[in-house]
Design a protein around this ligand. Structure first.
Ligand code: IPE
Ligand code: IPE
Ligand code: MG
Length: 244
């Protein structure tokens, strides 16, 4: 059975979204600069992406920079931008070879034009791949995405009477992105921090105390096992779910 066929639960999540948190504490623990934590965190993406693909996950969404992260010291923000630019240059060919489609959610307009252009180029190069859809949430905030949708509808003068969930969805950053079945957050924080507010309405949540650079394929397997043990009810009763 394809994982998308089941209304309720399915052993393998079709879409896993990860809040990659804890780079700074990982570095501090080792007496390193925060930037080295971000470098190590970025390195870890390759490993987890490959593993997610091998597990049969179709969509992997990774949160790399939030709209609130602009509040950090200027040097850290600049460093994070530099790391993203570098990773795009060094990893895009390999992503392409692996059949990964790179997508972006968030606001590209606030980024350095050269960086925004390289994100667009990487998306264009990989647009026809479909082995796994890797969505990078960069300069992403859930509230900002909802505002973006509302503004889009107002701009198009959408008739308020016609607005339903499907129409609203069309105005999100990536309308075709299915809701995440599972949201993982590393580093022991128990909050959503403005991530995927619309799409995460019914996601299962998995929290681990591991810092992101230390998060291994085995930790990913543990998150999948946790997910598989859940009963997704979407408001129905347990008896209804079991009768499915
Ligand atoms: C996650 O790690 C990366 C970003 C938010 C950009 P942090 O930098 O938040 O690491 P901690 O939470 O300070 O340890
Ligand atoms: C969330 O982590 C954003 C990313 C992982 C990109 P933060 O470290 O920014 O979250 P808070 O501020 O601790 O909630
Ligand atoms: Mg953090």
């Amino acid at each position: 059975m394809d994982s998308s066929d089941s209304t309720f639960s399915s052993p393998i999540p079709q879409h896993v979204a990860i809040i990659m948190d804890g780079n700074g504490r990982w570095a501090k623990q080792r007496g390193l600069a925060r930037m080295e934590g971000h470098e190590a965190g970025t390195e870890n993406i390759r490993l987890i992406l490959r593993h997610a693909g091998e597990c049969g996950v179709r969509y992997l969404t990774l949160w790399a920079f939030s709209t609130e992260n602009w509040r950090r010291p200027e040097a850290e923000v600049a460093g994070l931008m530099r790391i993203l630019g570098k990773a795009l240059v060094s990893e895009t060919e390999e992503l392409h070879r692996q059949g990964a489609q790179l997508r972006h959610i968030g606001d590209l307009t606030a980024l350095d034009p050269e960086l925004a252009a390289s994100v667009r180029e990487a998306m264009a190069l990989t647009a026809h791949n479909d082995r796994i859809i890797l969505t990078i949430a960069f300069n992403y905030g859930g509230r900002q995405e909802l505002l973006h949708a509302v503004k889009g509808m107002l701009r198009d003068q959408v008739d308020p009477e016609t607005v339903d969930e499907d129409i609203f969805q069309k105005y999100l950053y990536m309308p075709e992105l299915p809701d995440p079945d599972l949201i993982v957050r590393t580093s022991g924080e128990y909050r959503i921090s403005n991530f995927l507010l619309w799409q995460g309405a019914y996601s299962e949540l998995h929290f681990t105390s591991k810092y992101w650079p230390d998060f291994t394929p085995e930790d990913f397997d543990a998150a999948l096992a946790d997910y598989a043990s859940r009963e997704r009810r979407f408001g129905a009763t347990s008896a209804q779910v079991q009768a499915q």
